[in-house]
Design a protein around this ligand. Structure first.
Ligand SMILES: *[C@@H]1O[C@H](CO)[C@@H](O)[C@H](O)[C@H]1NC(C)=O
Ligand SMILES: *[C@@H]1O[C@H](CO)[C@@H](O)[C@H](O)[C@H]1NC(C)=O
Ligand SMILES: *[C@@H]1O[C@H](CO)[C@@H](O)[C@H](O)[C@H]1NC(C)=O
Ligand SMILES: *[C@@H]1O[C@H](CO)[C@@H](O)[C@H](O)[C@H]1NC(C)=O
Ligand SMILES: *[C@@H]1O[C@H](CO)[C@@H](O)[C@H](O)[C@H]1NC(C)=O
Length: 439
């Protein structure tokens, strides 16, 4: 930019005037330039943050007006009765300029003076379970009960100990997410008092004990995720009353008992993930009542029983059906080929026998089919187009009495399905002759 001499002098004068004015305002009338905010609220904010990010952080120096012209990343405010109050506090490396926790972190009592807080989130904040383990303070949560709707502690391996029963006071809470921390002990029954919860995620900790019966009071729940803990025992009967549930993930625990009879009423459920537990008692017909299910995942449970006995046609929304390693016996029912939205069908490592229904290949969206590790017999009747489309996502190995007809391969470069042997000439002729083959 080109500035003539005169203009330059003028510009310098204006600059001086601006600096002088601002300086005046700053010195004489500090509160006029800042938003109205109770000094106590402001001091509590600074101290609470300092507890997380370290003593070097001087809030009053760096952010003299946290709800006005010096906003803090992760902090937001609302006006109530003409005064600013803190409503959101999020600490953790989300944005470039986020507040990030120090190694010597602490919950300061001042945190609980922020009574207008609606949302508190601590992400990747308590890092070291060995050098600096931190427990959740036990007592003061009642002070936040009036406004807190969302509480989230995520990816904090150094956050250890139990969930304080006083969380039960946070009656307004709609979302409680304690994901991937180092928390232990039993889940307090008082969590069942949080009847406004839509989302309850306690996954990826080391919780033990049983799922509290009081969870049956959480009538507004849409998402319940208790996966990746060490919970044991039976499912509370009352869980079947949570009819608003959309997603139920209890995978990777040590839960046991019969399934379905009492949870069949979860008619809006779209995801049911019970993988890696000890559920038993077979696949009852009640599973078919959960007509909204899109993902039904039960792999690695000693369920047992037959898969044939169910009329899968009813489950028209199923996209993922994972019954891998569930001790299933019997033949694969042709009704599975009526599930037109199916993309993933896992039936591997069971005790399935008999022939495969060739119609399975006609499922329009199927892109993974695992049948390995069974005792299926006869000739695979799928086309080379099907094998080409599926590639490695067709698994039929470890079925010693299964073979594929070499004649169905049009070119010599097309390989047969992995781990399945070509049929002996006589075997195949017999297959064609009988329409199907027994062994
Ligand atoms: C923060 O800075 C202000 C002035 O900039 C100073 O008066 C105050 O003592 C400092 N506070 C801390 C805790 O260091
Ligand atoms: C939870 O509710 C029960 C009654 O259902 C009550 O006895 C208990 O004090 C409540 N706990 C909390 C922490 O609110
Ligand atoms: C199930 O979903 C339907 C449609 O979204 C909704 O109208 C109904 O209220 C839901 N049922 C429950 C118990 O939430
Ligand atoms: C399959 O059945 C055989 C004999 O009934 C049994 O020994 C074996 O453990 C079963 N395998 C599985 C994976 O259930
Ligand atoms: C597989 O099935 C055949 C009969 O179809 C039976 O003879 C054989 O014992 C079975 N193998 C296993 C491991 O169960």
């Amino acid at each position: 930019m080109l500035i003539s001499g005169n203009h330059f002098v003028l510009a310098v004068c204006i600059l001086c005037l601006v600096v002088w004015c601002c300086g005046q305002a700053d010195n004489t009338e500090e509160s006029a330039a800042t938003a109205p905010m109770e000094k106590a609220e402001q001091a509590a904010l600074y101290s609470a943050i300092q507890g997380f990010v370290g003593d070097w952080w001087n809030g009053s120096d760096l952010y003299p007006d946290p709800c006005g012209w010096t906003p803090i990343q992760g902090v937001s405010c609302d006006i109530n009765g003409g005064l600013w109050y803190i409503t959101t506090l999020s600490i953790g490396p989300v944005h470039d300029n986020s507040l990030v926790c120090a190694t010597n972190v602490e919950f300061r009592p001042q945190l609980f003076q922020l009574k207008h807080l609606k949302s508190l989130s601590l992400f990747s904040c308590f890092i070291s379970p060995t050098r600096h383990p931190i427990t959740i303070p036990g007592d003061d949560w009642e002070k936040l009960a009036g406004n807190l709707v969302s509480l989230e502690f995520r990816s904090n391996p150094g956050l250890v100990g139990q969930i304080p029963p006083a969380f039960g006071y946070l009656k307004r809470l709609q979302s409680l997410v304690l994901l991937e921390n180092g928390l232990t002990g039993e889940i307090p029954a008082s969590i069942g008092n949080l009847t406004n919860l839509n989302r309850l995620v306690l996954a990826g900790n080391r919780f033990t004990g049983e799922i509290p019966d009081s969870f049956g009071m959480l009538n507004e729940l849409l998402i319940l995720d208790l996966s990746r803990n060490s919970l044991y025992g039976h499912l509370p009967l009352a869980l079947g009353g949570l009819t608003s549930l959309l997603k139920l993930d209890l995978s990777n625990n040590r839960l046991k008992g019969r399934l379905f009879a009492h949870i069949a009423g979860l008619k809006n459920l779209t995801l049911l993930d019970f993988r890696h537990n000890k559920f038993s008692g077979g696949l009852s017909h009640h599973v078919l009542d959960m007509v909204s299910l899109e993902e039904l995942m039960l792999s690695c449970n000693p369920l047992g029983g037959a898969i044939m006995s169910l009329d899968w046609q009813k489950m028209q929304n199923l996209v993922v059906l994972d019954l891998t390693n569930t001790g299933l016996i019997g033949e694969i029912p042709e009704s599975l080929s009526g599930l037109k939205r199916l993309r993933y069908l896992g039936l591997g490592n069971n005790n399935l026998t008999g022939n495969l229904p060739p119609k399975l290949a006609s499922l329009p969206d199927l892109n993974a089919l695992y049948l390995n590790g069974n005792n299926l017999t006869g000739v695979l009747q799928f086309s080379h187009v099907f094998y080409g489309k599926m590639g490695k996502r067709f698994g039929a190995w470890n079925n010693p009495n299964l073979c594929y007809p070499v004649e169905s391969m049009t070119t010599t470069t097309t390989n047969g399905p992995y781990g399945v042997k070509p049929c002996q000439k006589g075997h195949f002729d017999r297959a064609k002759f009988h329409g199907q083959v027994g062994g």
